[in-house]
Design a protein around this ligand. Structure first.
Ligand SMILES: C[S@@+](CC[C@H](N)C(=O)[O-])C[C@H]1O[C@@H](n2cnc3c(N)ncnc32)[C@H](O)[C@@H]1O
Length: 245
């Protein structure tokens, strides 16, 4: 039986952005409170708190994943980047703050309204000039980009956090656009832990629908000789793919 303390932890874990696959809520809370929140840039905190009030806040990138992306981009000296799936822009801001003054992010989302909710915070942080936002489905844009050889190998880092049923379609195109030695990060590759759920497990409809696509993606990435991979249980699971050929 859960004690009061455990119940409290459980409810805290439901807070927006507290997306984790860790089995211990207390441990996740410890990570956030000890290492993430104290070092979170003011603008990211503001954007996280603003997003928490939005009805679709479950979609936001968690604060620990935001911190991870920010560090990763600095480690690889990323300059030219792409993001598919922006929502209110938490991962976008983590990226924009990490890349140099003349760095670029091509950011795509079918929904401009949510991007514009977060935009004033991004502008206040002084990094909006790095972002080119394209409203609409990402796939046709990628198709166009692939046609032009000058886009081949042009990206240091690409973050994919949008329609899971298209991830494999994205991969087919992104592998040409990322440079050899560059990274593609696919988000939600552990899909709420559902990748190991038994066939009869009671899953929410959208979790069940996308699960098969995520399973297929994970298999395909593991078998793709053009990349090295690393699947991390950060947030909802992120698979980093380093292009090697
Ligand atoms: C999980 S959210 C992105 C979260 C975001 N990275 C963040 O840090 O808050 C997924 C986003 O993908 C967008 N999306 C869905 N289908 C898309 C498509 N075909 N092309 C581009 N964006 C799409 C949705 O509008 C939504 O904003």
């Amino acid at each position: 039986m859960a004690t009061n303390g455990e119940q409290k932890q459980e409810s805290r874990h439901q807070e927006v952005g507290h997306k984790s696959l860790l089995q211990s809520d207390a441990l996740y809370q410890y990570i956030l409170e000890t290492s993430v929140y104290p070092r979170e840039p003011e603008a990211m905190k503001e954007l996280r708190e603003l997003t928490a009030k939005h009805p679709w806040n479950i979609m936001t990138t968690s604060a620990d994943e935001g911190q991870f992306l920010n560090m990763l981009l600095k480690l690889i000296n990323a300059k030219n980047t792409m993001e598919i799936g922006v929502y209110t822009g938490y991962s976008l801001l983590a990226t924009a703050l990490a890349i140099p003054e003349d760095g670029k992010i091509l950011a795509m989302d079918i929904n401009r309204e949510n991007y514009e909710l977060g935009l004033p915070v991004i502008e206040k942080a002084g990094v909006a000039h790095k972002i080119e936002f394209k409203e609409g489905p990402a796939l046709p844009v990628l198709d166009q980009m692939v046609e032009d050889k000058k886009n081949h190998g042009a990206y240091d880092f690409i973050f994919v956090d949008a329609d899971k049923d298209n991830y494999l379609n994205y991969h087919k195109r992104l592998i040409d656009l990322v440079k050899v030695g560059g990274l593609i990060g696919y988000d939600n590759t552990l899909w709420n832990g559902s990748v190991v759920a038994p066939p009869d497990a009671p899953l929410r409809k959208y979790v069940r629908y996308y699960r098969d696509f995520v399973l297929e993606l994970n298999k395909a990435l593991a078998a793709d000789p053009r990349i090295e991979i690393c699947m991390l249980p950060v947030g909802d699971g992120i698979t980093l793919c380093r292009r090697v050929s």
